[in-house]
Design a protein around this ligand. Sequence first.
Ligand code: PMP
Length: 367
Amino acid sequence: MTRHYNFCAGPAALPQAVLERAQRELLDYQGHGLSIMEMSHRSDEFVAIAEKAEADLRELLQLPDNYRVLFLQGGASLQFAMLPMNLLGNGGSANFIHTGIWGKKAIAEARHLGFDYYVAASSEANGQTAVPRPSALKLSDQAAYLHYTANETIGGLEFDYTPEAVRPDGVEVPLVCDMSSSILAAPLDVSKFGIIYAGAQKNIGPAGLTLVIVRDDLLDQACKAIPSLFDYKAMAEGGSMVNTPPTYAWYLAGLVFQWLKADIGGLDAMGAINARKAAKLYAAIDTSGLYSNPIVAANRSRMNVPFVLADSRLDADFLSEANVAGLLNLKGHRSVGGMRASLYNAVPEDAVDTLIAFMADFEQRRG
Ligand code: PMP
């Protein structure tokens, strides 16, 4: 068996220790004589798995008691619709900070559903190479919440501060954040947020699971005609088991949380490793004559590092040689081209060192 280094943006690398444990427990989960995939979600065994996953996540994030954790389906994209449905039942406008492709999709979905929306700040003018400064943020009078994308996975643009969601009349509204590609990468002060959500397939587990962390007081603002599976309150009251949840993905997420606690040592330690990984790769890009990344230093993503080659005719060779060297999935998103190395939690520092050595060697031979 050979496992290569995987820089995929998502579904992304999972910790090898997690996969090995899942393999050991696959056919016979802890002597029960069946796989987790074959168990009722209401069985004592699965309920214990689900509760432990939540408890470990709460410990990792030091979640205050007034936040509920929901394990949902539909990906982060379904949250683009569920958020206005759950928060605009009493009217008002969904306000957005637009810093890239995912934030734009969130705006498009609110518009598609006929909700009032407003772009409170945008980085379009600078070609999405820097997030708007705090002074550029102007919420609308009717703002009911402010949504932003902490880390734009495609552009590799990350916020270096937490925005303040204050309307012109001085009223503070809930801050809602898409953390699909940055959750659990470093410590986080959840108390600044009303809602945090993330598709699982980057730092949490396999695709098919969506994590939503919602403050209690936001469970009562949904539109009347909301399907119950979209209703945060119904899902919170039903323990995320209003219908059959994605049990195996939930179990794997739980293993990832255990790995973060026991093998890594929590989010402080994870944050330090991630900072080192990203700093090395950006330094290698900045000191080369072949590779470049356009993002201002303060907003460079720790998780997704896009870069281009000075001569795009070398792209195909770069990718095929990287593949041969066991460095997988470095192709940039189809909408922007170039390269992208995603350095999520499960991508080890060795992988980054190997990538940097490969890039230097390729530049020396071909640059
Ligand atoms: N938001 C961000 C920041 C993402 O990176 C992605 C997926 N790459 C999405 C939303 C959409 O997630 P999903 O495919 O789970 O709907």
